[in-house]
Design a protein around this ligand. Structure first.
Ligand code: NDP
Length: 430
C-alpha cells in the first residue's frame, strides 16, 4: 500500500496484484482486529474498577457474535478505504494471485505484465510445528472468525501472538492455558518483561506452563505434552511464529536468493539478488512490524523513483505487545546493552497504578531504564502496564535522539500519571 502510493506520487506507473483483501495481515487478521479484541477483553476488568469508584454494575454478559459482527463491519470498511486510496493514487489494481516469471515479468490469471521494478510484499503465514494431530488446532488466522468461543483454550508459544491471544481469551471468559517451551515469555525482550508478564497474567487467571511443549494432539482435544502429562481443552491455537510467504511465487526460478526460512534476502535498500526485484516487510523476515514495513515501503519508493537512495534504519524501533497488561519497549534490553556497551546502569520501578488503588486490584505497573554508564545515554526503556504502547511511543523519540539520563531527569513529569515515573527514577537498581 505505502510503497505503491508513494511511488505513484513520485510519478511512477504502478500496478498492485492482490489475491486477498486489501490491507494485508495487519488489517484483516492481525493488528487491527487483534486490538479490537484486546479492548473487548480489557472491558471485563473495567467493570470491577467501576465498582471501586462506587458504580453498581450488574452481572456483565458478553456476546461473542456482537463483537465479531462489529469487528467484521469495521474491517470491511477499512478494506474499502484501502482499495480506494490505491485507486485514487492512480495505481492499477490487478485481482488474483501473481507469480514472478523473470526479472521484469509477472504473470496473473494467464496474462503477463512487464515492469521495470517488481516489489514483493507478500508478508508471512503462521508456521506450525510438525506434531501428530496438528490439524485439530487453529492459528491466529482462524481465531478471528471462530463461530463460538471455547470453554477451555490452550495457546502454544511465548511470543507476541501467544501472549496477546491468551490475554484475549482469558479476558473474554475462556479458561486459558498458555504452554511455552522456553523459560521466559517474550524471548528477545528484556528478561524482566517476560518474567513479570507471566506473573501478571497468572494473577489474572491464565495458567502459564513454561518449559512445556505439546508432543501430540488427539480428538477431544486431548493434548499430550513432551513430558508425558496431558490435558483436555476445547480449542488449541498455535502461535509458534510466522514464516515468509514465498512458496510458489516463482522467485527462485527468477534468480532471487531466498534464505533457509524462505525470506527474500535484500540489501539495506530492499534490493534482492536480482537488481529489478525488491522486497519489504515480513517477507524479508527482519523486523516484522507493520510500521517498519510501511517505512521500508516509503524508503524504497524514494530510492527508486525520487533519486534519493534511502536505507531503512532498524535501530530503536519501539514496539508494543497487547497482552493484558500491555508491554512496550524501545531500544536495548539490559542483556543486549551489557553485551554491546559493557557497563550499564539500570533503573527500575514497580507500583500500583493510581486508578487501581481504590479496589482489590493486584496489577503492578513496571518500568525500567537501561543507561550506558560511559555516555549516560538511555539505551532502552521498557514498560508493563496500562497504555504502555502510548507511553513508550513518546519515550522512543527521546531514545532515538540519544537523550541522556540527565535529560530524562531534567524533564518535568506530568502529575499524577504513570508515565512521569520515566523522568523521576533516581535509585539505581544495578
Ligand atoms: P514470535 O516469533 O513472536 O513467537 C513465536 C513463539 O513460538 C516463540 O515463543 C517461539 O519459541 C515459539 N515457537 C517457535 N517454534 C516453535 C516450535 N516448533 N514449537 C514450540 N514453540 C515454538 O511469533 P508470533 O507467531 O507470536 O508472531 C509473529 C510475528 O508477528 C512477531 O514476531 C511479530 O514480529 C509480529 N507481531 C507483532 C505484534 C505487535 O506488534 N503487537 C502482534 C503480533 C505479531 P522460542 O522463543 O523458544 O523461539
Amino acid at each position: 500500500m505505502r510503497a505503491s502510493r508513494f511511488a505513484a506520487s513520485y510519478g511512477a506507473r504502478v500496478a498492485v496484484a492482490e489475491s486477498g483483501r486489501f490491507g494485508g495481515t495487519c488489517v484483516n487478521v492481525g493488528c487491527i482486529p487483534k486490538k479490537l479484541f484486546s479492548y473487548a477483553a480489557h472491558v471485563r476488568e473495567d467493570f470491577h474498577v467501576a465498582q471501586s469508584f462506587g458504580w453498581t454494575v450488574g452481572e456483565p454478559q458478553f456476546d461473542w457474535g456482537t463483537l465479531l459482527a462489529n469487528k467484521d463491519r469495521e474491517i470491511a470498511r477499512l478494506n474499502a478505504v484501502y482499495e480506494s486510496v490505491l485507486a485514487k493514487a492512480g495505481a492499477q489494481i490487478l485481482r488474483g494471485r501473481a507469480t514472478v516469471v523473470d526479472a521484469h515479468t509477472v504473470e496473473l490469471g494467464g496474462k503477463r505484465h512487464s515492469a521495470r521494478h517488481i516489489l514483493v510484499a507478500t508478508g508471512s503465514w503462521p508456521h506450525l510445528p510438525e506434531i501428530p494431530g496438528r490439524d485439530l488446532a487453529i492459528t491466529s488466522n482462524e481465531a478471528f472468525h471462530l463461530e463460538k468461543l471455547p470453554r477451555r483454550a490452550l495457546v502454544i508459544g511465548g511470543g507476541y501472538i501467544a501472549v496477546e491471544f491468551a490475554s484475549i481469551f482469558q479476558g473474554l471468559g475462556v479458561e486459558t492455558t498458555l504452554a511455552y517451551r522456553g523459560v521466559h515469555l517474550l524471548r528477545g525482550f528484556d528478561a524482566d518483561l517476560g518474567e513479570r508478564l507471566a506473573e501478571e497474567m497468572r494473577k489474572k487467571g491464565v495458567v502459564i506452563r513454561l518449559q512445556t511443549n505439546p508432543a501430540r494432539l488427539d480428538e477431544g482435544i486431548r493434548v499430550t505434552y513432551e513430558d508425558g502429562t496431558a490435558q483436555e481443552v476445547d480449542l488449541v491455537m498455535f502461535a509458534t511464529g510466522r514464516w515468509p510467504n514465498t512458496a510458489d511465487l516463482g522467485l527462485e526460478a527468477a534468480g532471487v536468493k531466498l534464505a533457509a526460512d524462505g525470506a527474500v534476502e535484500v540489501n539495506a535498500y530492499g534490493r534482492s539478488s536480482v537488481a529489478s526485484i525488491h522486497a519489504i516487510g515480513d517477507v524479508t523476515n527482519r523486523l516484522n512490524l507493520t510500521p517498519v514495513a510501511t517505512a521500508e515501503g516509503m524508503a524504497l519508493a524514494k530510492t527508486l523513483f525520487r533519486d534519493e537512495p534511502t536505507a531503512m534504519d532498524h535501530d530503536n524501533v519501539p514496539t508494543a505487545v497487547f497482552s493484558n497488561p500491555n508491554v512496550a519497549t524501545v531500544g536495548l534490553s539490559e542483556e543486549r546493552a551489557r553485551e554491546r556497551h559493557g557497563r550499564v546502569e539500570v533503573y527500575k520501578t514497580a507500583f500500583r497504578a493510581l486508578k487501581l488503588t481504590l479496589g482489590a486490584h493486584e496489577e503492578r505497573t513496571f518500568m525500567k531504564l537501561v543507561v550506558d554508564a560511559a555516555s549516560q545515554r538511555v539505551l532502552g526503556a521498557h514498560m508493563i502496564g496500562a497504555d504502555a504502547g502510548e507511553i513508550i511511543q513518546g519515550i522512543a523519540i527521546a531514545v532515538k535522539l540519544g537523550a541522556t539520563k540527565a535529560q530524562f531527569d531534567a524533564t518535568i513529569g506530568i502529575h499524577p500519571t504513570a508515565a512521569e515515573e520515566f523522568v523521576t527514577m533516581r535509585e539505581m537498581a544495578s
